[in-house]
Each structure stands twice: as C-alpha cells, then as structure tokens.
Design a protein around this ligand. Structure first.
Ligand code: ZN
Length: 644
C-alpha cells in the first residue's frame, strides 16, 4: 500500500475528501464473511472456466479482447488485496503483467484486435487500484505514456459509442494521474474527454424521458437505422454516438450520473455541482423502485415494480457514489444511495453461494423463470439465476461491488483527517501526516443501530474526523469518551479534537419507515434496509454446468398481501449478522396484512399492486418481512389496505 493520498491539485476544484489507497480499509465481521463468499464464489472461480476471461486476449489468449477481462479485473484486484488471497493476487497479476507488457512505442496498449477506447478506460481503473495497493511505479509510467498517446489521437479518432457515453471513467484516472504528477497536458486531455463525452449534465437537467421507454420510444423505433453505415452512429455536438440509445441505457445512466461531478472538478458550476442529485432524483421520480435504484431492462423502464434493473447498473451506481465523494459534489446524498445499493439490490442479485446472478432483478419478484415478461428488450431468461443470463456483461462486471464498497468506507479528509462514509465492521489504518492512525469499527450495522469505534493514534494528535449521519437517522446521537452529541440527519458531522486512544459510540435509530411508490404502493424500510415479504423459494436446476448451473426459482406460497403500514414494527438480532443470504435474518419487521384476491400474475410477473384494495378487518394477520438482500423471491411494494 502506498502511504500517500492525492487531493485535487490546482487548478482542479479543491476537494475535501480523497480516496485512501487500496488496503487501508480491511473488512471485519459480517463484511469479511461477504468478501470471503465472493472469493469462494464467482470472483474466485471465473478465471478457471469462463472462456471470455480464461482465454482473454488481455491474458495473451485467443478470446475476448474487449471489456470482459477489464471488468473482471476491476473487481478481482481489490478482492485479491482485501482478502489477502495469494492465489487471486497471482491471477490478477497475469492480466496486469500482460497489459503492462502490451504497451507499444506510441503509448497504446491492450489487445491489437480491438482499438476501442472503452475497455481501456476500465483496465485503467483496475491498474490504478493495483498501483495504490502495491506502489508499482510501472503503472503511472505506463499511464502517462498512454494518456500522451490518447491526447495526440483523440482529435483524429474521437470517442465513439460506449466510450462516448462513459468518458467520465477515463477522466477519473486522468485526474488521479494529474494529482500524482502535475503534468499539465493532462488538464488538456481532461477537457478533450469532457468535450467528446455525452453531455449528461444537460440531459439530467431537462430529463425528457418521464415515462417507461416502452411508451416513449419503443425498441423498434430506438434501433431504427442502427444497422446502416457506421452502425447508425451520428456525429452530433462533437460526439459520435447513437444518442437516444446510449442516453436511455440503464448502465450508461448509472455511470453517466458521475459525469456532472467529474466535470465539476475542471469547471465548477451549479449544474455540474448538483448534477448527481438532479439526475438521481429525476430518475427515481419517474423510474424509481423501493430498492433505491431506477429500473432498466435494459433501457429506463418506468416505475412499475414489475420492471427489472440490470446488475451492472447496481454495481456502477455504487462506484458512481464512491467516486463522486472525491469530487466535492452532492456529498450529502452519496452515502445513502451507496448503502441502499450495497445492502439491498447488490446482494439480492446473487445467490447465497455467490456463484450465480440475475441479469435483471424486480422489486416485486415472485417467479424467476424463462418466460416472456414486460422487459423493454431483454431476453426471457433475464431474471433467472445463472452463469450469464441474457448477456455476459454482469458476469464480468458484478465483482467490483463488494470490494470497492469496502475500500470506500473511509476517505482521507483535508487537514490530515478522515471521513467515515458508510458504517460496516472494518478497520482503517493510515497516516495522519506522519502519525499512524487505526480506527476499528465494531458494529452489526446495517443489522443494528449501534456503531462503536476505537480510535488509536501513534502519538497524541489533533485532526478532524468526519462522519456521515444517514438521512433517515432522526434522533441520532454520538458519544465520544462519555460526552454526548446530538447529530443532524443527512449531515456530514465534523469532530476535530486531539486523538489519543478514544472510544466513540453512535446510535442511528432505525424505526420502521414507510415510503410510497408506483400506484401508491408502500414499502417498509428499516435504516438503510428495505424489507420484503419472502415466500418459500423452490430452486430447480434448468441447465447444468460444472461450476455454475442455471436455476429457476418459484414458490407455492401466497404473496398477494395488502398491508396496514402504520402497524409495522421491527426486531433486531445482531448476533445473526453475516453474509447476505446465509439463511439467517438479523432484522425482521412485522406488519398487519390481508390477502387481496384480485391481485395476481401478469405474464411471469406479479401484476402492478392494486390501489388501496378493500380488505376485511377479520382477514388481517401479522406477516414477517426480512431484508430485501436476503431474498430471491419477494414482494417489496405492497398495496395499502383499506380496512373495512
Ligand atoms: Zn450487465
């Protein structure tokens, strides 16, 4: 691990928080179990058998030379260094060594058979993490040569297609290298990349797509003309892309949400500074579901809980939140969105053994089978659990979710301090100036309200510690060496004092909260957890495979409950905190409910919840809700019962 952090260097907009090197934060408790599950699961196995990474051109093989191996490395590298697995480190190094050796005289690198800018943007993210974990100087040297090549080449060979939609990923590694080296041509490259990337700032500001794309722009219309010369790409506003296709694509959207904040580093303005907030709120208003993300199967698909959200979009929205914390924009919103993804949508999309995943997950999901559904354009197997349902991008890309979450629990803060963005059991070890600091976080959070921290400093030293106070945490309090502080929900709380072996305790009250969604449906939330009714799941193998068979999941249980939201109550069992889907429920909520006979299936999905159905008082009983992330079948958005 390198012993330095890099805040923005002038003239980039000053930031308050900067990334810590990979390895400064290590997981403990339930979070360590979660990472171990990933290492035993798909991340630890994929290189052994999946041709797209096993035989990848990024490893010197004959196979895929596009995004698959770079995606995989973007999660494999942090997982290998956070779990300390020598086996996984050695695997990661095979791809890294091939990549470093592939650089040519002119500075270009990567498989010759594919000159797309896009997969290189991803490989650079993986290489940068590897650099911060190891200090291997060959990485910044290689990046400098590549960025010089890119700067020379972009005017004649501009970003196109996926690269055009996702240029902010490239900008982030350019900014990181500028902060390291101060080379001024990197600032010009940043401006060039901004000019050649879709203008997500303007798009989110006016946001034209206020209904499901199936209504606004049916698939056949969207792809009309895309088979023509240059694949239907248009040159527009100095950008070469399929405009409507890319701006409505759900993964691009999750990534594009970082663009305004990244641009804010080179051109500060209100639209840039608040771009994430504007975009996320617009997306949630018209396409949002209770798991905290917008739908997209695989273009933005409206707010019905029948619609799906692609797993890549979940992983990318998490990284967008993590990356934006270093840009100084929308700081107060990012941690809440990040936790919602990490504790709900991310674990829900994978099986408990972390081997299989879904392409699309639904907030109301009562059947995962190969069947025609109301997806915008995804295939009929998209919500089954398997190796590569629908398409293999998520198979390659989901790995970044958990390890990057761990490495972004804490950030360095200005004045040699630190910020705790999200709460989970971990240990942060880094330098405040030249003083070694260790902060141990002991908690069952999000499966409990109490977070304990022990701050140790090599010698007595004054520096600030920042703590995010969740937006739902009304009545939150902190105790520091016995002294009590009232905290403001939704704030970043700064505590500056001399640190010298101190104990902190936070209590974030997790009373059940009711949120309202599509067709007046209601969801029960507890802290950052979304709660779901969980019918008994029947898993059946539908395709065999030596490592990762495909499964369908069905139930015979009734799921058609209308609830009486104000009766919700919660019980905690923090001792049961472990990896998601390990068969234990550390949090359970209970709510009065009655079955609604007219609420049934529509195709392979639960139909939209009926609006305030009448139920008889005598039919009410208490049902149990468990964390969304522990379920593969669920009802999350319930009709609100009109009790008669
Ligand atoms: Zn995907």
């Amino acid at each position: 691990m390198i012993g330095k952090v890099f805040f923005n260097r002038a003239p980039l907009t000053q930031n308050r928080f900067a990334e810590l090197p990979l390895g400064a934060v290590t997981p403990e408790g339930w979070l360590k179990e979660q990472l171990d599950a990933a290492a035993k699961g798909l991340t630890g196995q994929l290189y052994k058998f999946w041709p797209d990474v096993k035989d990848s051109a990024w490893r010197g093989g004959e196979g895929d030379g596009w995004e698959r191996a770079p995606y995989y490395l973007d999660g494999l590298v942090p997982l290998a260094y956070l779990t300390g697995s020598e086996e996984l480190k050695a695997v990661a190094r095979e791809y890294i060594e091939w990549t470093l050796a592939s650089q040519k005289e002119d500075g270009s690198f990567g498989p010759e058979k594919n000159d797309d800018w896009w997969p290189r943007m991803v490989m650079l993210k993986a290489l940068w993490q590897y650099y911060t974990a190891t200090g291997d100087k060959r990485v910044p040297e290689m990046m400098l040569r590549y960025f010089a090549y890119e700067y020379r080449s972009l005017p004649g060979r501009p970003l196109r297609d996926w690269a055009c939609a996702r240029g902010a990923e490239n900008m982030l590694t350019v900014a990181a290298l500028y902060n390291l080296t101060g080379k001024s041509f990197l600032l010009k490259l940043l401006a060039l990349l901004r000019d050649q990337t879709c203008d997500w700032t303007a798009y989110f500001d006016t946001f034209a797509y206020r209904q499901s794309l199936a209504k606004a722009l049916p698939w056949q219309e969207l792809v009309k003309g895309m088979e023509g010369e240059e694949g239907g790409l248009v040159w527009q506003d100095r950008k070469y892309y399929r405009r409507e296709y890319h701006l409505t694509h759900v993964v691009n959207t999750a990534m594009g949400l970082k663009f305004p904040g990244v641009v804010h580093m080179i051109k500060s303005g209100v639209k840039e500074n608040e771009g994430f907030e504007t975009g996320y709120k617009n997306l949630m208003r018209y396409h949002g579901v209770a798991s905290g993300i917008f739908t997209g199967d695989e273009h933005i698909s409206g707010a019905s809980p029948r619609q799906g959200t692609e797993t890549c979009a979940v992983a990318e929205l998490m990284y967008t939140c993590e990356a934006l914390m270093t840009t100084g924009s929308s700081e107060k919103l990012l941690g809440d969105v990040l936790e919602k993804m990490a504790f709900n949508a991310l674990p829900a999309a994978q099986s408990g053994d972390n081997l299989t995943h879904q392409y699309d997950q639904q907030a109301n999901q009562v059947k995962c089978t190969v069947e025609k559904r109301s997806w915008y354009n995804n295939n009929d197997d998209s919500n089954t659990f398997g190796l590569e349902p629908n398409f293999g991008c998520c198979t390659a890309n989901l790995h970044q979710g958990w390890p990057k979450y761990v490495s972004h629990l804490w950030y360095a803060a200005q004045d040699e301090g630190f910020l705790c963005l999200s709460y989970a059991p971990c240990r942060m070890r880094f330098l405040s100036g030249d003083v070694p600091v260790s902060i141990r976080v002991e908690t069952a959070y999000p499966f409990g309200e109490t977070v304990r921290m022990r701050v140790e400093a090599g010698r007595k030293k004054k520096f600030p510690l920042w703590f995010r106070v969740p937006e739902w945490a009304e009545g939150a309090v902190a105790q520091v060496d016995g002294e009590e502080y009232d905290l403001t929900a939704g704030d970043l709380w700064k505590l500056e004092r001399e640190w010298d072996g101190n104990d902190l305790t936070f209590v974030f009250p997790m009373k059940p909260r009711i949120t309202r969604w599509h067709r007046q449906s209601a969801a029960v939330e507890v802290g950052p957890l979304v709660m779901a009714f969980h019918p008994a799941e029947k898993w059946e193998k539908i395709k065999d495979h030596p490592f990762v068979p495909d499964w369908q999941v069905t139930t015979e249980d009734a799921w058609n409950w209308a609830i009486v939201p104000e009766t919700a109550r919660v019980e905690f069992d923090p001792d049961a905190a472990g990896a998601f889907k390990d068969g234990r429920y550390p949090v359970r909520a209970y709510v009065m409910a009655a079955p609604v006979a007219e609420w049934g299936m529509k195709g392979g999905s639960a139909d939209d919840p009926p609006v305030s159905p009448a139920v008889s008082k005598d039919a009410l009983r208490e049902i149990e809700l468990v964390p969304y992330g522990d379920t593969s079948l669920r009802i999350t958005q319930f009709p609100v019962a009109r009790v008669e």
